[in-house]
Ligand binder design. Sequence first.
Ligand code: IYR
Length: 222
Amino acid sequence: MKPKLVPLRYERPSLPEVAARARSFFEMMNRRRTVRDFSPERVPAGVIEDLVRAASTAPSGAHRQPWTFVAVSDPDIKRRIRIAAEREERENYGGRMPDEWLRALEPLGTDEHKPFLEIAPWLVVLFRQNYGVGPDGEHVRHYYVSESVGIAAGLFLTAVHQAGLVALTHTPSPMGFLREILNRPDNETACLLIPVGYPAADARVPDLRRKPLADVLQILPE
Ligand code: IYR
């Protein structure tokens, strides 16, 4: 099949403008923090729709867009998710995670209690589609699913932050319960549970430092 190519819509900024935008975007992103203390204040569904529209612009293997976002504000479903997540996390913190892992989490202060799963106005669950399903039920191959879904998750978190909201990348493990509670098909596996909303007025976060650039970037030639 011959590809259908259309002109790129692109406006070239001046080099000083490029440099200024790169710096100011970094400064904005450097204020992003993972937040565990949410306000129950409501966020309209239309906002979540636009955040997912932004996330869904992610590049993906063969443009298969192998993700499904499920956004939950229903209090009963949120409660069921909290109960199931805390059941797994009690096992995790009570012996399923080895000591080395528990020690690695100590600076974060996390434990098996997940009240944010009921307090945050939205729980956005990101599912990876291991394969697609065509109009006649046939399986469609997906490519680079982990990479594609990881990029979509990153864009979603970026969109949440730039909109002025906060999020938590929560990974209750194992998270098979999400497919059951949310009635998702066999081709989907939940990979992130992302509460989204406003931070509580007294929200606190761990005093984390990011690695210096030299530890994460090598420029060649030096
Ligand atoms: N899933 C658990 C444990 C946990 C694991 C990692 I790696 C973290 O960065 C944070 C928590 C929980 O959500 O508490």
